[in-house]
Design a protein around this ligand. Sequence first.
Ligand SMILES: Cc1cc2nc3c(=O)[nH]c(=O)nc-3n(C[C@H](O)[C@H](O)[C@H](O)COP(=O)(O)OP(=O)(O)OC[C@H]3O[C@@H](n4cnc5c(N)ncnc54)[C@H](O)[C@@H]3O)c2cc1C
Length: 232
Amino acid sequence: MYHAKITKLERLTEKIVTINFNIRLQSYPGQFVMVNVPGYEEIPLSLSSPNSVTVKAVGETTERLVKSEEGMYVGIRGAFGNAFSPSKSALIVAGGIGIAPLKYLYDYLRKCNAKVSVIYGDRTSQNLFWIDKFDKITITTEDGTLGLKGTVIDALSLENLDEFEKIYVCGSEGMLRATYEFLKERDALDKAEFSLERFMRCGLGVCGSCVVENGLRVCTDGPVFKASDLTW
Ligand SMILES: Cc1cc2nc3c(=O)[nH]c(=O)nc-3n(C[C@H](O)[C@H](O)[C@H](O)COP(=O)(O)OP(=O)(O)OC[C@H]3O[C@@H](n4cnc5c(N)ncnc54)[C@H](O)[C@@H]3O)c2cc1C
């Protein structure tokens, strides 16, 4: 376990911050770390860069993290899990906080000169961030306060999927299922990779708390899965 110092906090919305550490982890986009906050639970968080996580307050531990201060120390184990596979022309589909691992992927692919388009949606524009960090982006909001009114599926249906070698997806369970169904109908599951979230304890494939429907473990078989390996 590393004892990592928080060097910089970037407040992105009322409930979301990026936490930068003084440690740069040997990692690839899609991998996650187990973050141990003294006095709280140890929780899984995707890397949003080699030295940061981007966290949304949803419960006790994430709320503590969102209220953390620069100079504070946390324990970090990882990086764990498998990563997204690279491509030369990519479509990124992000819902809500699902943009966190996909930002690391975007930066990585752009450094490799890949062509990358981004679809990024949320319920309302107040929840969106980093929208100026992507060269080619389609935004969707369900309440119509920014971009296309609707969901990421409405934006996806405007794309010519043949243009992309890979489609990378991360978001809430409902968004993932809807995207899976859409890509299945379009016969595009073979080129899609999904990052899944499940309750997780050990992060090492031992405890079994993150097993998904077909017996695969999110921590060691994922969190990134080929869509064709999933059985929704
Ligand atoms: C591989 C992986 C990567 C993740 N990456 C990120 C990330 O980059 N940024 C981020 O903000 N969050 C991420 N999460 C989710 C994060 O781990 C949970 O939000 C966190 O564990 C909640 O802890 P808590 O004590 O604050 O809340 P709790 O009190 O434990 O839970 C609060 C609410 O969140 C739900 N919840 C808790 N854990 C999970 C989970 N693992 N998956 C889905 N819902 C959950 C509960 O059902 C409950 O409704 C990731 C999860 C996994 C498995």
